[in-house]
Design a protein around this ligand. Sequence first.
Ligand code: PMP
Length: 374
Amino acid sequence: MNRNLETLIPSGIRRFTNLANATPGCKKLTIGEPDFDTPAPIREAAAKALADGLTHYAPNRGTDSLRKTIARYETMRGMECAPENILVTVGATGALNTALTGILNPGDEVIIPTPAFSLYESITLSQGAKPVFLDLKQTGFQLREAALAACITDRTRAIILNSPNNPTGAVLNQDSLDAVIRATEGTDIYLICDNVYAPLCDQPIPDLTLERSLRERVILCQSFSKPWSMTGWRIGYLAAPAWMIEKFVLLQAAQIAAVPTFVQKAAETALTVPVDDMARDYRKRREYVTGRLKRMGLSFPEPEGAFYVFPDISGSGMDSEAFCTRLITEGGVACVPGSCFGCEGHIRISYCYSDQELKEGLDRLEAFLAKASP
Ligand code: PMP
């Protein structure tokens, strides 16, 4: 076996979801995917593509028409792109895998600001590279130049930036991005921007992919999963300098050959479907959940996007695993421990649920807190 695999551990999210499933009547607030159906025009486009016989291999880099549509979409958003800058991938998971596998050699270092989605660590370890965690809890969940500079060594190959963030929902402010620019000026450190939740923001947010001066170092990892509720379709993309894409295509050819042709056709339609209604619903839910948590006396980094809130439960006297285990078994509601994201003292609450389910889940959390407080 590949020895690097020995460093990988199963996702804690799955473990807690399994415990919740095995507990009769338990309400789950754990899920990290939209509860909406994929919009009808996208499903219809896939059905038509199948009826039209689009069932053969696509080019390794993605179909010409989808790459053109993505390049136009990104250029309109402000990241000037040509089809040569785009690689169609198996979700953002595929984009992150190809990007990291494509740039890392054993012993290289990747700076991962935490709390963070666990995939970054797993992919880094699978390459025999070293994750270097930068704890953002100390700095209000924002980046500071000195702290970032202290993590940089001559082995640093990349920094991963995820805004809005999973699990906090926090958005990196302009000062954070300026800190990244200053700390990496004159280096060849890649800036991997995992922007999967950005299209669901109802107003523009600071974004390094829009910085022209960084174009040679920025790799955008994007997905159709979240904005168009397409998690099961497995499609996303990577935008990067053309010379890098030429290398990544060879890697993708070896890994997956290509993304299914009819799925790519449906994704073209997705880029024409507005997501404002879903963004509005997520905002309403976010306001409801944050209002309830504040009334319970919990504090949390202010969420401005994604579909998570990350309250501080350290006042309970329990660590996040113990808290979530008891919350399931005694409180009848499941959340994900902050430890799964490299951040103790917090839990992740997802609000990808109906108003009624959210109300019931939060009622149970409130009752549990009242009983469990020291
Ligand atoms: N990045 C982040 C921050 C995520 O939360 C997820 C999914 N939970 C992904 C990437 C991967 O998404 P997908 O592969 O479905 O595009």
